[in-house]
Design a protein around this ligand. Structure first.
Ligand code: CP
Length: 311
């Protein structure tokens, strides 16, 4: 079993309820991973994903090896048949098979380049490991998805909702740098498995991949979208149609306490204060961002537990 995208979740409510049980007694299954090892390979920076996945693995009794592959590993070649006489020293075929000798599960973080849409959508790093490793592969944020984050968000929504069918809004917010679509994509995919009223709001030029948002209501008027919202999830992403470009930094889209009303505020973190969201929201009682980060452990733990049980 791999965990590469939200589509690998067979029944979201069961995964969420199992994660909530693990949260009550995180070390209950510490014998499950005894004698086994997980490798966490980072091609990009991280705070939450690195520590929460490591914590989850330790809770299950796994040994953990972490490598900042982007700065410490050999530069990898992913294309078949290449004459490797330039900068790349090792092919994914050998690298993935070698990693498989040292551990029982491998988890990969490899962001989108945001320069080549087609290449990003082939998920060369994640799929390279999936194709050539002989062990289960976990996505710790790839070019197009961040399914561990979305599973943590599902746990947070389940814990925090006070009505059966809440209104959840995903809102774009400004940011000075070009950011990937992975968090937004997986959140949208996860919300499509929920019993909720779900609305996305963003400026007109910020449509996400239409295959991901198929059937989801999009409201370009942020104020209208926020009416009667129970949860507002804020996230920046760069343009998808003009791939990787920052087309707007309109501060009118920043999240404020006034816009939040009675809703709960969500963001995956890291977040730029007073650019994406004002201080008052993050420092206020309606913010769930720390609980979302906390739930990253139990999202990773339910994934790793199922992989260990499956293998
Ligand atoms: N939300 C999230 O994935 O955080 P990190 O990038 O710090 O891991």
């Amino acid at each position: 079993m791999n965990y590469l995208s939200i589509k690998d979740i067979d029944a979201l409510p069961n995964w969420v309820s199992e994660a909530r049980k693990l949260k009550e007694n995180p070390r209950a299954n510490k014998a499950l991973g005894a004698g086994k090892t997980i490798c966490l390979l980072f091609f990009n920076n991280s705070l939450r994903t690195r520590l929460s996945t490591q914590k989850a693995a330790m809770n299950l009794g796994l040994e953990v090896m972490v490598m900042n592959f982007g700065s410490e590993g050999w530069q990898l070649e992913f294309e078949d048949g290449r004459v490797m006489d330039q900068g790349k020293s090792e092919h994914i075929k050998e690298a993935a098979k070698v990693v498989s000798q040292f551990c029982d599960i491998v988890a990969i973080r490899a962001f989108a380049s945001l320069t080549d849409k087609e290449k990003d959508e082939t998920e060369i790093v994640l799929n390279g490991f999936k194709n050539y490793a002989s062990i289960p592969v976990v996505n710790m944020e790839s070019s197009v998805g961040h399914p561990l984050q979305a599973l943590a968000d599902a746990i947070t929504l389940d814990e925090q909702k006070t009505i059966k069918r809440p209104k959840v809004v995903l809102s774009w917010a400004p940011h000075p740098k070009a950011l990937p679509h992975a968090v937004a994509n997986s959140f949208v995919e996860m919300m499509q498995l929920q019993d909720a009223e779900f609305v996305i709001t963003h400026p007109k030029e910020y449509e996400l991949n239409p295959e991901v948002t198929k059937g989801v209501k999009i409201e370009y008027d942020q104020k209208k979208a926020f009416e009667n919202a129970n949860f507002i999830y804020v996230k920046n992403w760069s343009s998808y149609s003009e791939y990787g470009k920052v087309l707007s930094q309109d501060s009118n889209w920043m999240m404020t306490q006034e816009k939040l009303g009675d809703a709960k505020f969500m963001h995956c973190l890291p977040v730029r204060r007073n650019v994406v969201v004002e201080d008052a929201v993050l420092d206020g009682e309606q913010s769930l961002v720390i609980e979302q980060a906390n739930n990253r452990t139990y999202a990773a733990q339910v994934v790793l537990k199922r992989i260990l049980e499956d293998n």
